[in-house]
Write a protein that binds this ligand. Structure first.
Ligand SMILES: [Fe+2]
Length: 282
């Protein structure tokens, strides 16, 4: 059977790639250290497949067709279309259509109705973490896109439910696969609105505190309230909620938090241990 071997989260931002050479050396060093540590933790659990829970930044969808959740069920995804990622090493990223179809079937069988796509593009939201982590080899990457971008969005309660559903789908997939979840996005940022560039550090610290505490009701209540009052980019924390729920709401371990005005993002990096499996993987 397939096994969930670890859950991970990483912030992203186009300027991390686009303005890399212009960033202060100390900022570059901090980003490098954080992504490398994240990559070490991912590599340590030896995933065959990474399920990337990620927003779409208008490269696959637009307001004429905006799914709340879309599962990539194809053989592969296209590499990033953004010109500032033209050097991304993989023009095509293999996925795992069997596991993807099983997640889709598990969802439909549980009265969830996600969208599906046989061919998605992986934008900077996934590709910056994948590239910067410097994994010894790239596992298969199965994309699940969550609408964190444009209201109305899935509720935090539903994101918890999705995390549990994905974990159940992994646990019931018959192939012997090691599966990790990588949530991308967050923490606070504000893009293309009046507060553009604002980083809400109290929001970020409260999120980190609540992920550590693992109290679902408190985290849900806080995000329901706070997401209405902070920058629009913070909605990407939904993906962290999916990973958190898949991990059973425990084992959150912050790698680093650093607000980086140069890239407009309160950047967070974290992992969740997945109890028994972690011991076997050690
Ligand atoms: Fe984003």
């Amino acid at each position: 059977m397939a096994r969930l071997v670890g859950c991970f989260a990483a912030s992203h931002g186009p300027l991390i790639a686009r303005d890399w050479d212009k960033l202060p050396p100390a900022v570059r060093d901090r980003f490098s250290a954080d992504f490398i540590e994240l990559g070490k933790r991912v590599a340590a659990v030896k995933p065959d497949v990474i399920i990337a829970v990620t927003p779409d930044h208008w490269v696959n969808f637009f307001i004429n067709n905006l799914p709340s959740v879309c599962i990539g069920v194809g053989e592969a995804s296209d590499g990033p279309p953004e010109p500032f990622l033209s050097d991304f090493p993989w023009k095509e990223v293999p996925s795992h259509p069997g596991l993807a179809r099983h997640i889709l079937d598990t969802a439909l069988g549980s009265d969830f109705e996600p969208s599906l796509s046989h061919r998605l593009k992986l934008d900077h939201g996934v590709c910056i973490p994948l590239w910067w982590m410097e994994l010894p080899e790239l596992p298969r990457v199965l994309p699940i896109i969550v609408n964190d971008l444009e209201p109305p969005m899935p509720s935090i309660r539903r994101c918890f439910a999705w995390g549990r559903l994905i974990a159940r789908a992994i646990a019931t997939y018959p192939e012997n696969l090691r599966v990790a979840i990588l949530a991308t996005g967050g923490l606070s940022h504000s893009i293309g609105e009046a507060t553009m560039g604002a980083i809400d550090e109290p929001f970020d610290h409260e999120c980190i505190k609540l992920f550590k505490a693992g109290d679902e009701a408190k985290l849900t209540a806080y995000l329901d309230r706070a997401l209405l009052k902070t920058g629009n980019g913070a909605h990407e924390v939904r993906n962290w909620v999916v990973a958190h729920a898949a991990a059973g709401g425990r084992g959150f371990d912050l790698i680093d938090y650093v607000p980086v005005p140069e890239v407009y993002v309160g950047c967070g990096y974290a992992s969740w241990t997945v109890a028994a499996e972690q011991k076997q993987a050690a």
